[in-house]
Ligand binder design. Structure first.
Ligand code: KG4
Ligand code: ZN
Length: 342
């Protein structure tokens, strides 16, 4: 049977990045991301501003994705969009845009769960990546999420554990804020950590049952520690920045690796696929490489463009659902809280 040719336009607007991508089957023809700089001044994402920026960005971003892909919108098979989870005001922009464009073109729409997309990003056809084999464990770590998911098939996923409070990226960013670093501070903590002593300042690890995570206690203990030390020496942060960052990163990576180890033991699955912005972290990458050698794990890391929030990952889910003719109705609405498998 001849292979079907599917062109998907995908739209992602769940948080503070407006993104559009065009996929030809499993290959990405374009993946345009407009990052909203406005939030930097506020030290975090401001929902109302994010929604407004999406409204300004969506038309030019979609236009650019289509022209970069050299595709006319009449060639599109369907439009995939992020239905949730995310910020309601942000999701509404992408959802309404996708619905109206698809209606105008008289093509189907496909709703996509953002968390599922972070995981299925591994199946984008791309030379620098190999797709994981089922079953595998997905560790999704970003500014908005921290989850361990058992993936049995494309659409058979079970959440084994997740953060009960802050996401791991938030733990990085809030720690960075305490140290006076600009937002988002995760990459800076990583940078300084690489030349610091990770054992210099031990921080307590939270005690959380099962495979769930908690990061809010760590943030508080870092805050108290810094307040105590700067009272004694006003220049404490400056003098010890590398060591503080290395110690924070070491603690966070330890927390993640402890739970992953536990998940591997519990499931007997030792194939690990990571995703989300925090997978760029050098500490987690090193720890996973070490586990490959020491414990025989196989690890999969998508290229960075498909780790952070992007529409290409929405597009691959759109493609997989299109093959099943799993389309959505025009009456569909955005869903701010939307668990995998719901
Ligand atoms: O996936 P992402 O771009 O957006 C969402 O939050 O969904 O992830 C952004 C998060 C931020 O918290 C940022 O500080 C963190 O990823 N991040 C890092 C690194 N690069 C990005 N955290 C630690 N080390 C890094 N190298
Ligand atoms: Zn995300």
């Amino acid at each position: 049977m001849e292979k079907e040719t599917i062109y998907i336009l995908a739209i992602e607007s769940s948080c503070d990045d407006t993104s559009a991508a065009v996929l030809h089957n499993k290959k990405v023809l374009s993946n345009v991301v407009a990052t909203q700089k406005i939030h930097e001044e506020y030290g975090g994402v401001v929902p109302e501003l994010a929604s407004r920026a999406h409204q300004q960005n969506i038309v030019p971003v979609v236009h650019r994705a289509l022209s970069k892909a050299n595709i006319d919108k009449k060639q599109l098979s369907a439009i995939a969009f992020t239905r949730g989870p995310g910020l309601m005001g942000s999701l509404l922009v992408g959802t309404s845009f996708a619905k109206s464009l698809a209606m105008g073109l008289d093509i189907p729409i496909i709703e996509v769960n953002h968390m599922q997309a972070h995981i299925l990003a591994h199946f984008i056809e791309e030379e620098r990546m190999a797709p994981p084999k089922f079953p595998f464990l997905a560790l999704t770590i970003s500014g908005g999420h921290t989850q361990i998911v058992l993936v049995r098939a494309y659409f058979d996923m079970e959440i084994l554990g997740e953060s009960l409070d802050d996401a791991v990226g938030e733990a990085f960013d809030k720690s960075a804020k305490i140290l006076g670093l600009p937002y988002p501070g995760g990459p800076l903590i990583d940078k300084y950590a690489q030349i610091g002593n990770s054992k210099a300042f031990p921080f307590p690890k939270p005690k959380v049952d099962g495979l769930n995570f908690s990061f809010s206690g760590l943030k508080t203990s870092i805050l108290y520690f810094i307040q105590r030390e700067t009272k004694k020496d006003g220049d404490f942060i400056n003098k010890n920045l590398n060591d503080i960052c290395a110690s924070i990163q070491y603690t966070i990576i330890n927390i993640l690796m402890d739970k992953l180890n536990k998940a591997v033991k519990q499931t007997g699955v030792a194939q690990i696929a990571i995703g989300g912005g925090v997978s760029a972290n050098s500490g987690i990458r090193k720890a996973l490489k070490k586990a490959e050698l020491a414990s025989g794990w196989t690890t999969y890391m998508p290229i960075f463009d498909y780790c952070t929030d992007n529409a290409a990952m929405i597009g691959i889910v759109g493609h997989l659902k299109y093959r099943e003719r799993d389309f959505s109705n025009q009456s569909i609405t955005a869903k701010a809280r939307y668990a995998i498998g719901q």
